[in-house]
Design a protein around this ligand. Structure first.
Ligand SMILES: Nc1ncnc2c1ncn2[C@@H]1O[C@H](COP(=O)(O)OP(=O)(O)OP(=O)(O)O)[C@@H](O)[C@H]1O
Ligand SMILES: [Mg+2]
Length: 219
């Protein structure tokens, strides 16, 4: 479904952040992406979300070479991907409920049809009493859970989650991991970027490890 071949990425004239990176993300697969801070995890996820272009090599997404994808096509392709950004990127003027419902609204779905799904998911991540709160009054961990709910709500074909448990306690981290696994079981390919060893030890999943610009894959 996604294929990277000899991908290189550099910012400006710096040395390459990613060098000769090749891998595939099969449909319905589950993998962790790990490596030290600054290794390039977020950069790799940005390539997967097509918000960055590689400086060399080729990337194919959903069977399309991304070099041939035109700008106006990007929003449509991106709707097939759910993303949890490391910095959340919630819309501050919308409530928790509205933030999570946004991907469904964008698709033209009827609020009457999704209202209970949105509430149920927010309940599940422990935010049942914050449906009408605005992001600026939420804690970091609460914002993170809103961002996760928004990425999951529309059952994307691919989920990219950048350090999705970085702001929550271990108990909540396990709960969120269960949510990702459940989504994966229902057909979504999942990539979770993390340096939380405790989290990775809970699942026997493929590990993609970035180090010194190179990617090694185990499992
Ligand atoms: N927009 C940018 N312009 C220039 N350099 C950048 C940019 N974004 C990231 N970098 C550099 O690329 C390298 C990889 O950054 P990246 O954010 O991908 O790492 P990361 O593995 O996600 O780190 P962390 O675990 O801290 O989130 C770092 O050296 C960073 O300084
Ligand atoms: Mg990062």
């Amino acid at each position: 479904m996604i294929k990277f071949e000899n991908v290189g990425l550099r910012y400006g004239m710096e040395t390459e952040v990613l060098r000769d990176v090749s891998f595939e993300i099969p449909e319905r697969s589950f993998q962790f992406l790990t490596g030290p801070s600054g290794a390039g995890k977020t950069s790799l996820l940005r390539l997967l979300f097509m918000s960055l272009r590689p400086t060399r090599g080729s990337i194919s997404m959903f069977g399309r070479d991304i070099a041939s994808i035109e700008r106006h096509e990007l929003p449509i392709l991106r709707r097939r991907i759910g993303v949890v950004f490391q910095d959340f990127r919630l819309l501050d003027h919308m409530t928790t409920f509205e933030n999570v419902a946004l991907p469904l609204r964008v698709r033209g779905k009827d609020e009457a049809d999704f209202r209970s799904d949105v509430s149920d998911l927010l309940n599940w991540v422990g935010l049942g009493d914050k449906l009408h709160a605005l992001p600026p009054v939420l804690s970091g961990g609460e914002k993170q859970r809103v961002a996760i709910a928004r990425a999951l709500i529309d059952q994307p074909e691919v989920l990219l989650a950048d350090e999705p448990t970085g702001n929550v306690d271990p108990h909540m981290a396990r709960r969120l991991l269960r949510l990702f696994l459940e989504l994966n079981r229902s057909g979504t390919a999942v990539v979770v970027a993390t340096h939380d060893l405790g989290l990775m030890e809970q699942v026997d999943a493929r590990r993609m490890i970035l180090n010194n610009s190179h990617l090694d894959i185990y499992g």
